[in-house]
Design a protein around this ligand. Structure first.
Ligand code: ZN
Length: 443
């Protein structure tokens, strides 16, 4: 995040909890475009008046009249004068997320790759050279289910992703401590918007921005970089109590704040063609529970003959767990994932979104093999401030290397293991792109 602390009006806006939004151009030089004192005062007055109209703590629906008045007033008040928000600043050649490939494959999907010659390297499509990936995501603030989820995840050694509605954390005995506990246990806590698109004051830029701010402010060591669109990417509010709020999800806006965002389309997308700002997800993991072909849909991610699903990312989402039967289903899902653990990487939504985008743009360079020492660098095109997840690099060895290796990156020890395929040894090294030289030697 850019450092924009300092000037009086920034402090003022910060105190008001306002994130000014207008410029589509993240820029290091935006600091010159400050508000005049009159503009800042007008903004404060507007904000105060809106707080009277909408009490965010009350869960009261604004009327349609309130909605239209507020939205137009707020937009016209902010539009001409406010400066760039403190977006992450990407350097040239670094992307916050990949563009929508619009159906064009970014790369060719193959089975696992096994290089032939000593020192030859290949970046694995998924962590630990698994065939495919799976993430469990949980929407909305159903804290009553936390004990069940944490117990189940601990039992199987999996981590889940919760998409949290920012302004609901203070409701109904909920507190940030519930989410901090999950975060501390290694789970992934991410944004489901500030008001779930249910408060007219939070039109879309602020809906996204404010959700990140409130979570980063209240959760120690949180990295809020992914999002689940409330009501799905297409914002289907029909029949919801928030239908009167006209705010819609917006891919271009979301792409300024998040490295990936989750939709609710119930399908698996080909991983080399997926739009990371609209990742499909399967509600209630329902394909697991097809009574005649249990797990067949899930298992299609291992099927070389399935042109779309092979090696893909299966993402599922849950809401409140209403009964014991649903909890029992979840246990079956986890059991199946465990059974398939040689082939599926169970990661969090954010880990998988990072890995897949790094992989799509990563390269190995300066690879040398000399005197029982392999040296290389791995680079990608993604923003280093966010994309810091290790990629698994596979390197062909010969048997003289033994089975105990040591790997360092930029002087720090990194994970390495030796596996065997058709009699030949291979190293699997976990290295972060753009984080320095990697050196592998016998231990
Ligand atoms: Zn939701």
């Amino acid at each position: 995040m850019a450092d924009q602390s300092g000037s009086w009006w920034q402090i003022l806006l910060g105190k008001l909890g306002i994130q000014p939004v207008t410029s589509p151009q993240p820029s290091n030089t935006a600091d010159t475009a400050a508000l005049s004192p009159e503009e800042a005062q007008a903004y404060e007055d507007l904000r105060n008046s809106l707080n009277v109209v909408f009490d965010n703590e009350s869960n009261r629906e604004p009327t349609a009249a309130e909605t239209s008045v507020t939205e137009s007033t707020l937009r016209s008040a902010e539009a001409p004068t406010l400066r760039a928000v403190p977006l992450p600043i990407s350097r040239p050649g670094q992307l916050l997320n990949l563009p929508d490939p619009k159906g064009i494959a970014r790369y060719t999907i193959t089975g696992r790759v096994w290089p032939n010659n000593l020192g030859e390297a290949s970046i694995c499509m998924w962590k630990d050279d698994k065939l495919a990936a799976f993430s469990l995501t949980i929407d909305d603030n159903h804290i009553q289910d936390h004990p069940f989820w944490t117990q189940l995840c601990d039992e199987f050694g999996f981590k889940a992703t919760w998409f949290v509605i920012g302004n609901q954390v203070s409701w109904q005995n909920e507190s940030w401590a519930n989410w901090q506990a999950l975060l501390n246990a290694g789970h992934d806590i991410q944004s489901h918007g500030y008001s779930h698109l249910c408060d007219a004051m939070f039109y879309i830029q602020r809906e996204y921005r404010q959700s990140v701010e409130v979570m980063m402010d209240n959760l120690k060591d949180a990295q809020v970089v992914t999002h689940a669109y409330p009501f799905g990417f297409k914002t289907n509010k029909v029949g919801s109590r928030c239908e009167c709020i006209k705010t819609l999800n917006d891919r271009a806006e979301a792409a300024k704040y998040f490295l990936a965002a989750r939709d609710v389309i119930g399908a698996i997308a080909a991983i080399n063609k997926v739009d990371f700002m609209a990742v499909p997800s399967i509600s209630n993991l329902r394909n697991f529970f097809n009574s005649t072909t249990t797990f067949a849909y899930f298992d299609s991610i291992f099927d070389v003959n399935n042109k779309i699903n092979y090696r893909a990312w299966y993402c599922g989402h849950m809401h409140h767990l209403p009964d014991q039967a649903t909890k029992d289903y979840m246990r079956q899902v986890f059991q199946h994932l465990k059974k398939k653990s040689a082939d599926v990487w169970v990661g969090t939504f954010t880990q998988i979104a990072k890995y897949a985008q790094q992989y799509a743009t990563a390269k190995i360079s300066n690879l040398t093999v000399q005197n029982k020492q392999i040296r290389f660098e791995v680079t990608d095109q993604m923003y280093d401030g966010w994309f810091n997840f290790p990629l698994t690099i596979k390197i062909r060895l010969d048997t003289s290397w033994g089975t105990n290796l040591k790997a360092v990156q930029n002087g720090k020890i990194i994970p390495v293991q030796v596996i065997t395929y058709v009699g030949a040894p291979y190293a699997l090294v976990d290295a972060v792109p753009d984080a320095g030289l990697v050196i592998v030697t016998p231990a």
